[in-house]
Design a protein around this ligand. Structure first.
Ligand SMILES: Cc1cc2nc3c(=O)[nH]c(=O)nc-3n(C[C@H](O)[C@H](O)[C@H](O)COP(=O)(O)OP(=O)(O)OC[C@H]3O[C@@H](n4cnc5c(N)ncnc54)[C@H](O)[C@@H]3O)c2cc1C
Length: 411
């Protein structure tokens, strides 16, 4: 069977490796870290995944934590008028549940599963200089190494990358001890938008120590929420988060008063420029590599799409590899494979980049209407799981207004 090398053991690389292994491919994954190191390492994401992505995993028998993790049934949005004051809010129910399984739990477990199903793993942090020698041993080499240094193999696509610097500074913490909201006791994601300065996310998750809550600030650089450069330890990170919540979102603070950090490495601080890259990397005149998931499309997490994108990317690449039979994996095939993925990811990128800037007036009208009309609230929430739907209404002022008229009685 065809020999495939995948560099990077994250959502994209492991899902693809496991799916190809399942149909008889000879797959080797190179991972910078062992399962033990991943479990004991720092959190990497808030990784909320929606039901179409979870179904992809379920179909591959990869839903190992489905019964353990909280089933997230809805998405709430509060838009703040000023610090501490809400202008309006709404909750959009989802058609099926989402889940956030800490990538430390999931990737460590998937690596072990990959090995137990007969996959080969080489534990080695790959350098660009290693790759030419390695790639010549395989029929296809895929780079799934996230936002690490190997992205330098792939040129930035300026026409699809409107930003050249981070649009948000990120700070996340995993906690135990959050209190359910009495009016909505079932697990749901809560987003608070502070126009001009950033967002606060809360999502229920499952981590190395069991069920947890995850709090993520998305701070506009230079604004008042951008105060994490000192990379505080977990307790100071939580104390600062609580102080900021009390000032900016007291309705969220009320649910967090008993929170404690889950573990010593439960925080994350950073930021990156959203970028789309050309998918074909050239190691030599004859040796090519194909980029996948965050390597080629790295959006800001403000819309919670990156792990979902990686799941879709892995599924699309799988189909393209298997459908190609025994033919050579040349540059044209690589470009076509990425183009199939871009047909999905392009919509996510457009939507995410729009949500990073000042919200267009028609989007403000949509959100304001969603606070009055549950049909609109539902469609907005539905789009997070099915982002290609946004092209049919939200991404275009005329289409959005026509939709709002169609669902507003008497309009
Ligand atoms: C704060 C934050 C919150 C987020 N929240 C969400 C969310 O709620 N929902 C969502 O869908 N997405 C979210 N994302 C995005 C999501 O985490 C990523 O898009 C997703 O994990 C990308 O998967 P990947 O497989 O491309 O890369 P990664 O998950 O980054 O995996 C890459 C792997 O490659 C390894 N690696 C790197 N370099 C090398 C090397 N040289 N050699 C060998 N191995 C290497 C890394 O160690 C890692 O294991 C969030 C991201 C952040 C930062």
């Amino acid at each position: 069977m065809r020999k495939i090398l995948i560099v990077g053991a994250g959502q994209g690389g492991l899902q693809l490796g496991l799916s190809l292994l399942g149909v008889g491919y000879d797959v080797t994954i190179m991972s910078a870290r062992t399962p033990e190191e991943i479990r004991a390492g720092r959190v990497t994401s808030t990784q909320c995944m929606f039901w179409p992505s979870l179904q992809i995993e379920r179909d591959l028998g990869l839903n190992l934590w489905e019964d353990l993790g909280p089933k997230i049934v809805a998405q709430g949005l509060t838009v703040a008028a000023s610090p501490g004051t809400a202008a309006f809010d709404f909750i959009g129910p989802w058609d099926d549940f989402a889940q956030s399984i800490d990538q430390r739990v999931k990737m460590a477990g998937w690596l072990e599963l990959f090995e137990s199903r007969g996959g080969k793993v080489i534990y080695h942090g790959v350098m660009t200089s290693d790759l030419a020698g390695l790639a010549s041993l395989y029929e296809l080499t895929i780079i799934a190494a996230g936002k690490g240094e190997l992205v330098e193999l792939f040129d930035r696509d300026a026409s699809r990358s409107p930003y050249d610097r981070p649009q948000r500074m990120l700070s996340a913490i995993y906690v135990h001890g959050m209190t359910p909201v009495p009016e909505h006791p079932e697990p749901y994601v809560r987003i608070t938008a502070f126009p001009g300065i950033g967002e606060l996310f809360y999502m229920p998750g499952y981590t190395t120590t069991g069920a947890c809550g995850i709090l993520l600030w998305e701070a506009v650089p230079g604004g008042p929420l951008d105060c994490w450069d000192d990379r505080p330890g977990p307790q100071e990170h939580l104390d600062r988060t609580l102080r900021m919540m009390r000032e900016y979102a007291p309705w969220e603070y009320a649910n967090c008063v008993d929170a404690v950090p889950t573990d010593a490495r439960c925080t994350l601080v950073g930021g990156y420029a959203p970028v789309v890259r050309h998918p074909v990397g050239r190691l030599s005149a004859t040796e090519l590599v194909l980029g996948m998931a965050d390597v080629v499309v790295a959006n800001d997490p403000v819309t919670g799409q990156g792990a979902n994108n990686a799941a879709h990317c892995a599924a699309i690449y799988h189909e393209s590899i298997v459908g190609h039979g025994d033919r050579p994996f040349d540059a044209d095939w690589m470009q076509r494979t990425f183009d199939d993925y871009w047909a999905y990811a392009g919509h996510v990128t457009a939507y995410t980049n729009m949500m990073l800037g000042p919200l267009p007036e028609h989007v403000q009208r949509v959100l304001g209407t969603a606070a009055q009309n549950p049909v609109v609230a539902h469609r907005f929430a539905y789009g997070y799981a099915n982002p290609t739907d946004f092209q049919n209404w939200l991404m275009d002022a005329e289409k959005a207004d026509a939709y709002l008229r169609s669902v507003t009685p008497g309009a």
